[in-house]
Design a protein around this ligand. Structure first.
Ligand SMILES: Cc1cc2nc3c(=O)[nH]c(=O)nc-3n(C[C@H](O)[C@H](O)[C@H](O)COP(=O)(O)O)c2cc1C
Length: 379
């Protein structure tokens, strides 16, 4: 399938504007999602082998997830499971609905297998998404894997009111999802990344955890506290990352998602890539891989392997995923790899991980996590 996609499908798709292709793909996946037969067909073609992981009290059928930004409208929830993903992260969503930045705002650097985007959290708002999620539940088509939500800050909300903005989104979405990711690392909302500063992040997490641990209203149905993770930028210094880690205990951070896109640019030989790199926005894909793995490795070592990490950035195949896992990631995610390699990439990665584990004589993925870090500790 990957050959078919790379040589026949992708060349046609890549003649069109990136956001147009994205919107058409999402409309198609929405149709698949609403039809059980289509979903079953997709599952039989793309479904991944089992490679279960238990984390944050959740059971993941495999460790390869959909990264934030692909499905901001929760349009294709059942399709992600049918495509073989072991979990999906929806959003980023903000409290207020917003259109995002003017188009064009997604650019492909084909030669480097990279994307630059400056979407700016285009999304329908947290309340509309909560309704969407309730509809999926009611339809009986909720996927059989953990679903999380990426929370961003509304552009109209001043930085000093950010905590309320995040907390409002969390309040309306809490009952619908399995885990949450506080995104303070997108480069496309002015000054958002300042919220990675320890004091600002502390305030946001305090506001969210107050709701998270409050006694549930009887109508709420469930409620043990939901795992709340923090997503970091690859451009943070190790010292700044360490400051975030200091909040893990006091604010009950369940894990770190490392990393978001980067504002740095690699040297590009190819003139088309040079043009793309001149665009403002965050860079994802192959050039991000090394730095995001470095961040994963640092976080793993610094936390003595005790804080779960979701590794994301430049994963295109099983070797890339294995690099993140052995550097310390318990789960991985991809976005750009899906765009360049097509839907078969998920199954290919999970199958490749199964083979790597067999070759290494490992019985569970947990044994591989951080194995390249030489931590002297009992896990
Ligand atoms: C078009 C686009 C939109 C994105 N939107 C979000 C978002 O809303 N929230 C977020 O945390 N990350 C967002 N990301 C970042 C991805 O989730 C991921 O962290 C990053 O792209 C690195 O992974 P990759 O190399 O597999 O793409 C977006 C990425 C792209 C390409």
């Amino acid at each position: 399938m990957s050959w078919f996609y790379r040589h026949l499908v992708r060349p046609v798709l890549f003649t069109q504007d990136a956001e147009t292709v994205h919107n058409r793909t999402m409309a198609g996946l929405n149709r698949v999602s609403r039809n059980e037969l289509f979903c079953d067909a997709m599952q039989s073609f793309f479904g991944s082998p089992n490679l279960p992981v238990e984390l944050f009290g959740l059971r993941f059928p495999n460790p390869v997830g959909l990264a934030a930004g692909m499905d901001k409208h929760a349009a294709a929830l059942p399709a992600w499971a049918a495509m073989g993903f072991g979990f999906s992260e929806l959003g980023g969503v903000t409290w207020h609905s917003q259109p995002g930045n003017p188009a064009p705002r997604i650019f492909r650097a084909l030669a480097d297998h990279a994307i630059v985007n400056r979407m700016g959290f285009n999304n329908p708002g947290a309340a509309a998404l909560a309704e969407r999620l309730a509809e999926w539940r009611a339809s009986g088509r909720w996927p059989d894997h953990p679903v999380g939500m990426n929370l961003g800050k509304s552009k109209v909300t001043p930085l000093d009111q950010a905590a309320d903005d995040y907390a409002n989104s969390f309040r309306v979405l809490r009952q619908h999802l399995d885990f949450f990711v506080v995104n303070v690392s997108s480069p496309n909302t002015p000054n958002l990344r300042q919220l990675q500063d320890k004091a600002a992040l502390d305030e946001i997490l305090a506001a969210i955890q107050e709701i998270n641990t409050a006694a549930p209203a009887p109508a709420d149905g469930h409620e043990t506290p939901k795992p709340v993770l923090v997503k970091v930028a690859p451009d943070l210094s190790f010292e700044a990352l360490d400051e975030i880690l200091e909040l893990a205990g006091p604010r009950r951070i369940a894990g770190i998602v490392a990393t978001n896109t980067t504002i740095t640019r690699p040297d590009a030989g190819d003139p088309d890539s040079q043009r793309v790199y001149a665009e403002t926005g965050g860079l994802s894909g192959r050039p991000l891989r090394g730095r995001s793995t470095e961040v994963v490795r640092h976080l793993y070592r610094q936390s003595q392997g005790k804080l779960p990490i979701i590794g994301v950035g430049g994963i295109f195949n099983a070797a890339d995923a294995w690099e993140k896992i052995t550097a310390g990631a318990s789960l991985v995610q991809l976005y750009t790899g899906l765009v360049y390699e097509g839907p078969g990439v998920v199954k290919a990665i999970v199958s490749g991980l199964v083979e790597k584990m067999e070759a290494a004589g490992l019985r569970s993925l947990r044994e591989a996590v951080g194995s390249a870090c030489n931590l002297k500790m009992s896990r």
